[in-house]
Design a protein around this ligand. Structure first.
Ligand code: NAD
Ligand code: MG
Length: 398
């Protein structure tokens, strides 16, 4: 495993991006950063370029890209800067890139991640929304172009580590009878439905165990994150929703489990730190140090498990419903969720209305066969327009 691998990090300024740079910087003999990308955070991307001297950088926002370019020039750093969705796609597909960390949040990550799949890269997939939107199409591109898809989501990375080697032949043929997908339950695990109406964005983003970006933190609070993860698991492990059971496990020490027909249940444990799945996917099938503290099981002492409450967390129910509806339903679910979460973070929408925006989107937007990427992008667009209308209807009256 001595060959140096060239890495492109999509979303390098985010939580996953920064953790990836932390792991990569521990192994300069194994990994070289060749491309970094971000949305608008010029200062942070400039600092990262100054440290890692990548050949390429891209910013989605054109003005930000121009600012970055002139700052780099002034500092005498020879990173070539690109912009827009084309810029992101170009870097993900660059011939010299071996590994692509897909860590853009939301639908914006779909096309760049797909570009990496089309070029047969090793994709380290954090951007679960890409798979939720375009499941079958995305998995086909991975297969057809011999790309390698490795999950960064801690649960899916744990499941992958507990799976038999040939799981893609079908779980039942491999002796697997269930996937136990763990969930921390988020910051509102014990709140009553009435209390849930009053919670603020500040409370929602304060996750008890994990430090994450704002959107996924709100998704964890509504448990939509777990819903998106059930959909993600179906595609990654080629299985059906009935094979996946959500288990609330507040300590976040077991990151998921796989149950076999001989009675064995395999689990992956560790401190809740994303550098473990990142290091695993970078080095797979080998292992490298990640900087994560070893797990002290005596300090953990107790592990608890509860069933998920679909009534208090309707987003989880909606994700299963969308999965069963098939076609573009999960794309509608994802788009409506992004709009509703954004409105909640901007204090336009009450927490409990996030689920209402999603539910009415699933009821009113026509579900099509997910035949190609244009159908997905059109559905995403249409759903965003509809969800914005719903936000207006349910908006706080000041
Ligand atoms: P974040 O908000 O911290 O970072 C998001 C990154 O995406 C930033 O670099 C930002 O510049 C970039 N970005 C946002 N909008 C963009 C756009 N329109 N164009 C280009 N770039 C854009 O988010 P995060 O917590 O790092 O999460 C990233 C992804 O990883 C999400 O899909 C999330 O669900 C997934 N994930 C995160 C964690 C975690 O612990 N943070 C765990 C599992 C999965
Ligand atoms: Mg997760």
């Amino acid at each position: 495993m001595s060959e140096l691998k060239n890495i492109c990090i999509l979303g390098s300024t985010g939580t996953i991006g920064v953790n990836t740079l932390d792991v990569v910087s521990r192994h300069p003999d194994l990994y070289r950063v060749v491309a970094l990308t971000a949305n608008t955070n010029v200062e942070k991307l400039f600092q990262q370029c100054a440290t890692f001297k990548p050949a390429f950088a891209a910013m989605y926002d054109d003005d930000s890209a121009e600012q970055l370019s002139s700052r780099l020039q002034q500092a005498g750093i020879e990173t070539a800067v690109f912009s827009g969705m084309e810029g992101l796609q170009k870097l993900a597909a660059e011939p010299q890139v071996d590994y692509v960390m897909a860590a853009i949040v939301g639908a914006a990550g779909l096309l760049p991640t797909l570009a990496a799949a089309r070029e047969g890269k090793r994709i380290l997939l954090a951007n679960k929304e890409a798979l939720v939107m375009s499941g079958a199409i995305f998995m086909d591109e991975v297969k057809q172009n011999n790309a390698t898809l490795l999950p960064i989501d801690s649960e899916h990375n744990a499941i992958f580590q507990c799976m038999p080697e040939q799981f893609s032949r079908g779980l039942e043929n491999s002796g697997v009878n269930k996937i136990l997908l763990t969930a921390s339950g988020g910051p509102f695990r014990n709140k009553t439905p009435d209390e849930l109406k009053q919670v603020t964005p500040e409370q929602a983003v304060a996750h008890p165990n994990w430090v994450m970006g704002q959107k996924i933190s709100v998704d964890s609070a509504t448990m939509m994150n777990k819903g998106l993860e059930v959909i993600e698991a179906c595609w990654l492990f080629n299985t059906r929703p009935e094979m996946i059971q959500v288990v609330v496990h507040p300590e976040s020490v077991i990151h998921s489990m796989v149950s076999y027909n001989d009675g064995s249940v395999l689990a992956q444990l560790g401190n809740p730190d994303m550098r473990t799945p990142i290091a695993h996917s970078l080095a797979w099938p080998h292992r490298i140090a990640s900087g994560v503290e070893p797990l002290d099981i005596f300090k953990v002492a107790q592990l608890n498990f509860e069933e998920a409450d679909f009534d208090r967390f309707p987003c989880l129910r909606l994700a299963y419903e969308a999965l069963n509806m098939g076609g573009t339903a999960t794309c509608i679910l994802n788009a409506a969720n992004e709009i509703a979460v954004d409105a909640f973070l901007n204090k336009q929408l009450a927490f409990n209305n996030i689920a209402n925006v999603i539910e009415s989107s699933l009821q009113h937007i026509s579900i099509r066969d997910a035949v190609d990427i244009d159908t997905i992008l059109n559905t995403d667009h249409e759903s965003r327009l509809f969800a914005r209308e719903q936000v207006k209807r349910l908006e706080f009256k000041q």
